[in-house]
Design a protein around this ligand. Structure first.
Ligand SMILES: [Zn+2]
Length: 104
């Protein structure tokens, strides 16, 4: 479940870490931790495959410090994803346009 989102977020964290922290293949400790955290949150996301992108999600499941970190990653890697993985980025954009269903 959520495989596309998981790949997208992993790729975004890689791009960010490579550029900002000078890593090549492996992630630095703090980005690895962020990645693990993000993957775990995605696995637990109640929206499953139907989920909106996290920034539009009405349920803020990230803790505030992790949220700050992931926002930085998104800000940096979001636009760059268009060059590296256009198909992933476009899927992400389309998902971002969907309005999440309210879960009562
Ligand atoms: Zn890093």
């Amino acid at each position: 479940m959520n495989t596309t989102e998981k790949k997208t977020i992993g790729k975004m964290i890689h791009l960010y870490c490579n550029a900002k922290h000078g890593t090549s293949h492996a992630l630095c400790t703090s980005c690895a931790e962020l990645n693990k955290y993000a993957q775990k949150r995605l696995s637990k996301c109640i929206y499953g495959e139907d989920k909106p992108t996290c920034e539009k999600c009405p349920i803020h499941c990230y803790s505030s410090d992790m949220r700050e970190k992931i926002k930085d990653v998104m800000r940096y890697s979001g636009p760059r994803m268009l060059f590296h993985s256009p198909r992933m980025a476009i899927t992400h954009l389309i998902k971002g346009m969907k309005t999440p269903k309210r879960i009562s």
